[in-house]
Design a protein around this ligand. Structure first.
Ligand SMILES: NC(=O)c1ccc[n+]([C@@H]2O[C@H](COP(=O)([O-])OP(=O)(O)OC[C@H]3O[C@@H](n4cnc5c(N)ncnc54)[C@H](O)[C@@H]3O)[C@@H](O)[C@H]2O)c1
Ligand SMILES: N[C@H](CO)Cc1c[nH]c[nH+]1
Ligand SMILES: [Zn+2]
Length: 428
């Protein structure tokens, strides 16, 4: 991991350092546009061809139904089931609390405005399954979709080598009451949910993280179809701010946890002395070789770096410039710097709060904005699955109070039909 001194960095250096997942020659875009066009034109047969091409699986059908999911899930142990249940319960509790009814507001006597929630009717969930199969992501998307009350939930996940999904994905489907899983991954799954195919219904909004192909497909279909997306949630990343009170072994473990996701993941250490950096690097050297996914981790670390800052305030300035998906404050002084956080997807406070807890079971959602999108996007929540529709009601007293102002405003915009819609009521 390369090391930089924050005070030596120019504005342009910082701009380049915080930039990620650039696709300068538009290679990913070109591949993804081709996939999207093919799925739009050839539907299910394109999905079967891409399963063979990208997932190396010859499928004889595109989905698994409840009975098949039950059989696949039957192999998992009681201990594994119990851990999935703990995650389910905590995620459910945290997300259920997000459903709140808002008060009605009387803006002037007789004029009342309010908002009501309505679930998005048809949603598509993408559950990644390339480098690692992520049943935890299925919980993170399925639970808020169920709490919101979405009518139709389409689920796509890449087929495994045996042409099925893994047992934990099947178990989560049963826990969520989902009766069908489509065996489609990558950009082709996103295109299928955006356009619809013979067997997959078009959805109103697509949710879920994925690799660069998935993320690019989501951003393209968002601007070319009427299907919305949750956010760009691409390759995982973490930024750890550490001072002398941090434990080097914990910090190294947290960096490696996100590096493990894929070769394009990024793990950034921002620390207040060279000594802390040296301690963490020594721990990284010690911990990497014993990891089963050491080769992936090493490649991700090549893509990662360390920034040394004067103090925690400067560290937070860099973190806000980077806008991480996950921010870990590995310092006993976390309470002092928390108010200065401006950009982050999810934050882990103090030395005993591992990011992995949020990935699996603390209750917060792990589907989060990457690539600096935490400047403008929040992670997935129940809000992501609902619309907030505004309502207003005006009484006879209310139309007298608000009418004259609306008439003047309509007139100053030169919109006389607007003015008249009020005048006819006032003059009745
Ligand atoms: N931001 C978040 O909230 C969040 C959460 C969980 C996971 N993630 C990230 O999700 C990603 C999951 O990626 P993954 O690859 O493991 O699984 P994935 O399911 O996103 O992608 C696998 C699919 O990619 C397609 N693909 C692979 N190579 C291709 C190629 N050369 N051309 C076209 N398509 C190709 C295949 O169709 C395959 O089915 C990781 O980067 C992980 O860090 C992010
Ligand atoms: N860290 C990922 C989000 O970037 C989520 C995840 C799933 N499983 C393990 N981790
Ligand atoms: Zn993770």
């Amino acid at each position: 991991m390369k090391t930089y001194n924050y005070s030596d960095l120019s504005t342009d250096d910082i701009r380049k350092l915080v930039q990620r997942n650039v696709d300068p020659a538009n290679e990913i875009r070109t591949i993804v546009e081709d996939v999207i066009a093919n799925v739009n034109k050839h539907g299910d047969s394109a999905l079967l061809n891409y399963a063979l091409k990208f997932d190396k699986v010859e499928l004889n059908k595109l989905y698994l139904v409840k009975e098949e999911l039950e059989e696949i899930a039957s192999t998992i142990s009681a201990k594994q089931k119990a851990a999935l249940q703990t995650a389910y319960d905590n995620i459910y509790k945290f997300h259920k609390a997000q459903l709140k009814t808002e008060d009605k507001v009387e803006t002037m006597p007789g004029v009342t405005c309010w908002r009501e929630l309505r679930a998005i009717e048809k949603v598509g969930l993408y559950i990644p399954g390339g480098s690692a199969v992520l049943p935890s992501t299925f919980l993170m998307l399925g639970i808020p979709a169920r709490i919101a009350g979405c009518n139709e939930i389409i689920v796509c996940s890449p087929p495994q080598k045996n042409g099925k999904v893994n047992a934990f994905i099947a178990q989560v489907a049963l826990m969520l009451g989902i009766k069908k899983i489509f065996l489609a991954g990558g950009a082709q799954a996103i295109a299928a949910m955006a356009y619809g195919t013979e067997s997959i219904n078009k959805v109103d909004k697509i949710f879920g993280p994925g690799n660069q192909f998935v993320t690019k497909a989501k951003t393209i279909i968002q601007s070319t179809t009427t299907t919305a997306i949750d956010m760009p949630a691409g390759p995982s990343e973490v930024l750890v701010i550490a001072d002398d009170s941090a434990d080097a072994a914990f910090v190294a473990a947290d960096l490696l946890a996100q590096a493990e996701h894929g070769i394009d993941s990024q793990a950034i250490l921002v620390c207040t002395s060279k000594g802390i950096a040296a301690g963490v690097l020594a721990e990284v050297e010690k911990q990497v070789p014993v990891l089963p996914r050491a080769e992936i981790v090493k490649k991700a670390l090549d893509n990662s770096y360390i920034v040394i800052t004067k103090n925690l305030d400067e560290a937070m300035t860099f973190s806000n410039q980077y806008a991480p998906e996950h921010l870990i404050l590995a310092t006993e002084k976390w309470q002092l710097i928390t108010p200065a956080i401006i950009n982050a997807g999810s934050v882990f406070l103090g030395n005993l709060t591992p990011e992995s807890a949020g990935d699996y079971a603390s209750g917060t959602n792990h589907t989060l904005p990457t690539s600096s999108y935490s400047r403008a996007y929040s992670g997935v929540s129940v809000d992501s699955f609902v619309k907030k529709i505004t309502f207003q009601h005006i009484t006879p007293e209310g139309i007298k109070n608000i009418g004259p102002s609306v008439e003047v405003l309509a007139e100053l915009e030169g919109l006389h039909a607007h003015k008249n819609a009020v005048s006819v009521r006032l003059n009745k």
